[in-house]
Design a protein around this ligand. Structure first.
Ligand SMILES: *Cc1c(COP(=O)(O)O)cnc(C)c1O
Length: 451
């Protein structure tokens, strides 16, 4: 037998993710349709770029999440986090599914009222509530989550002028093993601040303490942290029972569950590795059930998860404006949606797929947006088939935070549509125009015209 020839080992750097068993993943088919509606048809009717929301995905994700908790715990309530996406059409899909509203400003509070949410089902969080906002929420019977002592004192003062006792909870921050700790919100558990606030509320007698709240962070990749947090809130609740013979109605575990997105720098795709609703639910409900609550007096469990319920329901359809070679020879593609629309591109590697058939030849590519700003990069490195000017791409998992944090910067913001479960698209936010933007601008007389 002939001796095999020696072959020198060589290492090739891969910089666009994980290879599969057969090499680089190039198995994703084109995204020609979203919920049965052709991408080409959507662009023809509503233009490019275009935000698309799938109502079907919102509802099925919500039901999956609710089931994960309600099969493990007797009393579960979700509250939709408005700042994650507060388009009325989106909020009302969640409210129709049974969600309460979770708001973090007077502006969001009014949005929830305008959507028709029962004020008793609005949770008012956040560090910046004004006196008039607190008055209104308290008199409406909304649930006010106190963030700091100044707010506690203000609300205690205002309570004297009100017809009803404000319903309150305190926000608690704590060490759950996730760092950096979000200790800027609420009262700390370990150093006694939380007990200090609880004592003040109980001894003043002016506020009705109905719950305990925490929100430990966002995109939390370790479900166990929630178990630690739930145990600590349960400990406070049981302490209140013992010390004041006072029973709270609910424990609110906040949000922070990861969506399927992939954090930058991750080795594996988030869709394969991030915890599932079942993982989070198991951690939280086990901690509560195993704590000292009597089975018949377990508090209502509230969840304010935002990102994980909406990210997968959002798409951006975008068009290729140009291709070019960078000085290194690397291929780059310029598209008509940038970080002005996709704020979350700073943290996540959003999947991007072509919307039409393509050849087998693929190449490493950097995707830039249309802004004249160096930071306008949608994907630093992605393996894509060759694209032509005018081709369409679909950016995935864009439903969370982008429709609230997007910017009217350099260009105008585009249309947003929702696709209903029957496959019909409805416009839910009109694109901006020069007129709609300039309608808020004022020019003093002496600056009108150029002489
Ligand atoms: C932002 C926020 C949420 C939602 O957070 P996600 O990470 O999107 O789940 C929930 N509760 C509070 C208090 C928040 O500020």
């Amino acid at each position: 037998m002939e001796k095999k020839r020696y072959e020198r080992p060589h290492i090739v750097k891969l910089d666009s993710g994980m290879p599969g068993k057969f090499g680089m993943r190039n198995d994703s088919p084109p995204t020609t349709h979203i919920d049965g509606v052709a991408v080409t048809e959507l662009v023809e009717k509503y233009g490019s770029p275009l935000f698309v929301i799938s109502e079907h995905t919102i509802r099925s994700t919500y039901r999956k999440a609710y089931k994960a908790f309600s099969t493990r715990y007797p009393k579960v309530q979700f509250a939709w986090s408005y700042k994650t996406n507060y388009l009325p059409a989106v909020c009302n899909v969640f409210h129709q599914e049974g969600s309460w509203a979770e708001v973090v400003s007077g502006f969001e509070y009014d949005k929830a009222l305008a959507n028709g949410v029962d004020p008793g089902k609005i949770i008012f969080n956040g560090p910046g509530k004004t006196a008039s906002e607190l008055m209104k929420a308290a008199e409406n019977g909304s649930l006010i989550h106190i963030d700091h002592l100044d707010e506690l004192y203000l609300l205690t003062d205002l309570a004297g002028e009100m017809k009803r006792k404000p319903l309150v909870a305190i926000r608690v921050n704590m060490d759950t093993g996730i760092y950096p700790m979000w200790d800027r919100f609420g009262f700390n558990y370990e150093n006694g601040q939380a007990w200090d606030a609880l004592n003040k509320i109980m001894l003043s007698g002016k506020l009705e303490l109905v719950g305990l709240h925490t929100h430990i962070g966002t995109f939390i990749l370790g479900a166990n942290a929630y178990g630690v947090a739930a145990s600590k809130l349960a400990d406070l609740a049981l302490g209140l029972q013992q010390k004041f013979n006072h029973t709270i109605r609910y424990i609110d575990m906040g949000g922070g569950f990861a969506s399927k997105n992939t954090l930058k720098g991750s080795y594996l795709p988030g869709a394969d590795t991030n915890p599932t609703f079942d993982d989070y639910a198991e951690a939280i409900t086990t901690a509560l059930v195993n704590s000292g609550f009597k089975p018949e007096s377990l508090p209502l469990l509230i969840l304010e998860t935002g990102r994980a319920l909406i990210d997968e329901a959002g798409y951006i359809i975008t068009s290729v404006l140009a291709n070019k070679r960078l000085s290194t020879g690397r291929r780059a593609t310029i598209i008509d949606a940038g970080v002005n629309l996709l704020f979350t591109a700073f943290w996540y590697q959003h999947p991007v797929t072509p919307a039409q058939g393509f050849s087998q030849y693929r190449e490493e590519n950097t995707i830039y947006g249309p802004l004249c700003m160096n930071i306008d990069c949608v994907r630093e490195s992605i393996n894509l088939p060759l694209l032509n000017k005018g081709d369409k791409l679909v950016i995935h998992y864009t439903g969370a935070y982008n429709l609230t944090q997007w910017m009217q910067f350099i260009t105008l913001r585009p249309n947003v549509v929702i696709i209903d479960p029957d496959g019909t698209a409805h416009l839910i936010r009109q694109n901006e125009s020069n007129d709609s933007v300039s309608s808020l601008e004022k020019t003093p007389d002496y600056l009108i015209g150029i002489k």
